[in-house]
Design a protein around this ligand. Structure first.
Ligand SMILES: Nc1ncnc2c1ncn2[C@@H]1O[C@H](COP(=O)(O)OP(=O)(O)OP(=O)(O)O)[C@@H](O)[C@H]1O
Ligand SMILES: [Mg+2]
Length: 351
């Protein structure tokens, strides 16, 4: 029988974690979102010491001497470096609990991409347990985000959501506390950055870094033509001379760069729709699709999706925090969310 998440928290605090490829957010029950940091850890390979975690570590990407490594321990939403993920979670759980005098480690609700394997979700659970959690409850990110967006996921209504993160775009139709059809695509924010890097290399013979591509995407990215075109100067290394050079990139260049990725995202959405029972599909047609995750803020994306699919598309309030707010809502009143957890939880014996 699925283990229930009981409400007593005198001895321990309950926290929700959105362990994202790009960003990790922590929600503490009764306090709200207390941490929002890039999922980056910098490690000194000589000493094995953690040099920095989060924003400090992200600022070091591409700038470290050979013996210092800036690591993104998650790739495409799942753990690619277990030890560093453990360091990240240990740091964040301790930071979230700083000043609290709880007797036991926290109970943690953590989101994972839809469709992860048992091995992948077990790695997340074990990393959280080793990082100090007393119990770990695993929920799929589209479900958590839909709860964070206050959508009626427990009712007999088809709720379609799209979580466009850094490593994955998760597409799901939810109803009666479960996932009816879903797909996880690797076409997401990081892929868009790569598209821009490739485009600038091919069109301008200029090599640019990942952060330059990401900043440009956020500053002038638009998937539909803008009333007021935007442009940005970007600097990189000329492929022929090896010297620094600057070019002016426009929103229409970015649009061209992202075009094929957007087509593939569209195909994935159509795939999920094709596998959705007609009754639920009519709800989707009526109520539309809700988008969250950082990619939801790409200019024109909701409008383009709506045009292509012929259904209304809404961006959730505060799209970057929908998932962690969902895990938070679950910790606030766990009794009504019992069935949404992925699988049996292990309890780590104390000491
Ligand atoms: N204004 C914006 N316009 C376009 N993209 C944005 C914007 N703000 C953030 N992003 C992108 O959103 C992504 C981060 O979103 P989010 O924090 O939801 O991802 P994540 O949860 O860390 O990743 P995942 O869910 O795939 O594990 C990054 O790729 C970032 O570049
Ligand atoms: Mg995410």
């Amino acid at each position: 029988m699925a283990k229930r998440f009981s409400k007593s928290s005198f001895f321990s605090s309950d926290i929700g974690i959105d362990l994202g490829t790009g960003n990790t957010l922590v929600y503490v029950r009764g306090r709200g979102i207390v941490i929002n940091e890039p999922s980056v850890v910098t490690v000194n390979e000589k000493t094995g010491q953690v040099v920095a975690v989060g924003a400090g570590a992200k600022a070091m990407i591409g700038k470290t001497p050979p013996h210092v490594r800036a690591v993104r321990p998650l790739s495409h939403g799942v753990i690619s470096d277990f030890e560093v993920t453990q360091e990240l979670l240990t740091y964040l759980i301790h930071k979230a609990q700083a000043g609290s005098t709880k007797l036991f480690g926290p109970r943690v609700v953590v989101g994972v991409p839809t469709g992860v394997t048992n091995v992948e979700s077990r790695a997340v659970r074990d990393a959280a347990l080793t990082a100090g959690a007393r119990e770990v409850f695993i929920v799929e990110e589209p479900m958590a985000g839909a709860i964070g967006a206050k959508l009626p996921v427990n009712e007999a209504i088809g709720t379609m959501v799209l979580d466009i993160g850094a490593g994955t775009t998760d597409i799901a139709v939810l109803a009666l506390g479960g996932t009816v059809s879903s797909k996880s695509s690797q076409v997401a924010g990081d892929r868009f950055n790569d598209n821009i890097i490739d485009y600038v290399r091919n069109e301008f013979q200029l090599a640019i870094g990942e952060r330059t591509a990401e900043n440009t995407k956020i500053a002038i990215g638009a998937v539909l033509p803008l009333a007021e075109p935007m442009e940005q100067a970007i600097r990189g290394r000329d492929l022929a001379t090896g010297l620094p050079r600057e070019v002016m990139l426009t929103d229409s260049h970015v649009r061209d760069a992202l075009a094929s990725s957007l087509d593939s995202l569209m195909e994935s959405m159509k795939d999920v729709i094709e596998h959705t029972p007609p009754e639920l599909l009519s709800d989707v047609l009526e109520r539309g699709v809700t988008v969250f995750g950082g990619g939801a803020m790409l200019r024109g994306l909701p409008e383009l999706l709506s045009q292509m699919l012929g259904v209304p598309v809404h961006v959730a309030d505060e799209p970057l925090t929908a998932v962690v707010r969902g895990t938070g809502i679950i910790t606030e009143d766990p009794s009504i969310w019992g069935d949404i957890f992925m699988h049996e939880q292990a309890i780590l014996p104390k000491g």
